[in-house]
Design a binder for this molecule. Structure first.
Ligand code: NOJ
Length: 520
């Protein structure tokens, strides 16, 4: 049996509002046409799959993660015909299309919630989680919502009950304990599977199973949002249903769960016995600092959590919810380059966030211009496609400010410069593709000097060693066996083809052939 495509894929996240505006729908907001326009560029870069954040009809309180209709395209982004054309174009270029699925909550504007709220007797009432007030009239339990850190309950004057929302009040939680909800949500998956999508990134999918008694979160963690605490057997049962549905389709349709439990062991459990999620995001490494000891530990823990159960890991450094990693790691491009080597050589499927291949920093958003209630605007700055004043976007100004230095740090400019970080990403992806050890090979951490991380990837006779210097000074790596005489396949600083030698330069990362060069 051949491995499914997603095991060897390099995935690329597109946040559609910020990718490219072709003038469709709202001015200054990216659209599906903008994604179509730049698919060739993504093929040039070498990505195998795109994950597109929500583009469904939505009032936009959480910029699309509050879905009012799971089976349509918001006119702001285009229409279903444009989506179908996008899928066809992507497939013609060999790029898979993964879309976002938001199963835990809808928008308050979704007809299901409008009906549910209309009366306690409405057949949709039980599609959401409604409860009477606590004895003191307050919320039914102590759960905290995740975006503004307020109570996870909103009181409904008309019926005298509260409804649950683990995110904004405009994002009421669905009641997955009701089989009608399970069935309706499975239909939304079928709708897109039938249109040819290759899979789903599943938003906070570990939240769909809930404690039926809705007990308080324990006092010692009561300040944390409930989303990071919800670890329930009910979820696993739902995941098996969802997996069976996906597996009933041909073509290895994939589920990638956003399992926002910040414990790698708990994340791993959501793969089940290869009968739940195909892959899960593991966010503990994203939250780790740029520090060799911290990364060594993250790599060790991931291997010990995922490998024994045959779970295929994922790696992600940036997304639309967190400051970009170049910004988080202090702003140095040299570090961003080293981080790219790490991301694209660790065992598992890497997820790039649009713009990291340009080395973008977060956009600076004046507090008066803030759009997101949780302050996540910086990483959502628009992608500059060229050096013109509008950077390849229709209209005069995008919905958020450009990232710093867009006149220079834009796609056209960096494509023209073979030494740019964009070309580094492209070379890394190409080396990864042609090196069996890097795609599917085993991985083992190798002892290396303080301030560095080293691991060997191997597959049969093919073996490469990856060395990352987290320090801003030279480090002697002569103690790492094989590396000194091995040939550099890629360095973030030096040209390839030479022996590695005993010294790594400041912030340098290298891939060194330590077995059969280049692999199979
Ligand atoms: C996780 C998404 O990545 C985030 O953007 C969103 O706000 C929440 N889930 C709620 O849907």
């Amino acid at each position: 049996m051949t491995d499914p495509w997603w095991k060897s894929a390099v995935a690329y996240q597109i946040y559609p509002r910020s990718f490219c505006d072709t003038g469709v729908g709202a001015e200054g907001v990216g659209d599906l046409g903008g994604i179509r326009r730049h698919l060739e560029h993504l093929a040039w870069l070498g990505v195998d799959a795109v994950w597109i954040s929500p583009f469904f009809p939505s009032p936009g309180f959480d910029y699309g993660y509050d879905v009012a209709d799971y089976c349509d395209v918001d006119p702001m982004f285009g229409d279903l015909d444009t989506f179908d054309a996008l899928v066809a174009d992507a497939h013609a270029l060999g790029i898979k299309v993964v879309i976002d699925w938001v199963p835990n909550h809808t928008s308050i504007d979704h007809p299901w919630f409008v009906a549910s709220r209309s009366s306690p007797e409405d057949p949709h009432r039980d599609w959401y989680v409604w409860r009477d007030p606590a004895a003191d009239g307050g919320p039914p339990n102590n759960w905290i919502e995740s975006l503004t850190m307020g109570p996870a309950w909103t009181f409904d004057d008309a019926s005298g009950q509260y409804y649950l929302h683990c995110f904004l009040p405009e994002q009421p939680d669905l009641n997955w304990a009701n089989p009608a909800v399970v069935s309706a949500m499975c239909d939304t998956l079928r709708f897109w599977l039938d249109r040819g999508v290759d899979g789903f990134r599943m938003d906070v999918v570990h939240l769909i199973g809930k404690d039926p008694s809705l007990a308080d979160d324990p006092a010692e963690v009561a300040g944390l949002p409930h989303v990071v605490l919800n670890d329930r057997s009910e979820t696993h049962a739902h995941l098996r249903t969802i997996r069976a549905l996906l597996d009933s389709y041909d073509g290895d349709r994939v589920s990638i769960g956003e399992v926002y439990l910040l414990d790698t062991e708990l994340v791993a459990e959501h793969y089940g016995n290869d009968d739940e999620l195909h892959m899960c995001f593991n966010f503990a490494p994203l939250h780790a600092p740029w520090d060799a000891a911290a990364w060594h530990e993250q790599i060790r823990v991931a291997a010990s959590a995922f490998d024994p159960r045959g779970a295929w890991p994922t790696w992600v450094l940036s997304n639309h919810d967190n400051p970009r990693h170049r910004s988080r790691y202090g702003g140095s491009e040299a570090r961003a380059r080293a981080a790219a080597v790490l991301l694209l050589t660790l065992r598992g499927t890497p997820f790039l966030y649009m713009g990291e291949e340009l080395g973008l920093l977060d956009a600076e958003v004046d507090p008066t211009q803030r759009r997101d209630p949780a302050g996540r605007d910086g990483c959502r700055g628009p992608i500059p496609w060229d050096g013109t004043p509008t950077h390849g976007w229709a209209g005069d100004s995008p919905w958020l400010p450009w990232p710093p230095d867009a006149a220079r740090r834009n796609v056209a400019n960096l494509r023209d410069d073979p030494t740019s970080i964009l070309h580094l990403y492209r070379r890394l992806i190409a080396i990864r593709r042609r090196t069996a050890a890097l795609v599917g090979g085993a991985s083992e951490l190798v002892d290396s000097p303080d301030g560095t991380v080293a691991f060997r990837r191997f597959d049969g006779d093919s073996s490469v060693t990856v060395l990352v210097n987290f320090l801003e000074r030279n480090v002697d790596v002569s103690s790492v066996a094989d590396v000194v005489d091995g040939t550099v396949l890629l360095s973030t600083i030096r040209p390839p083809g030479e022996p590695c030698g005993a010294v790594l330069e400041p912030d340098e990362a290298v891939i060194v052939a330590t077995g059969q060069p280049g692999g199979r």
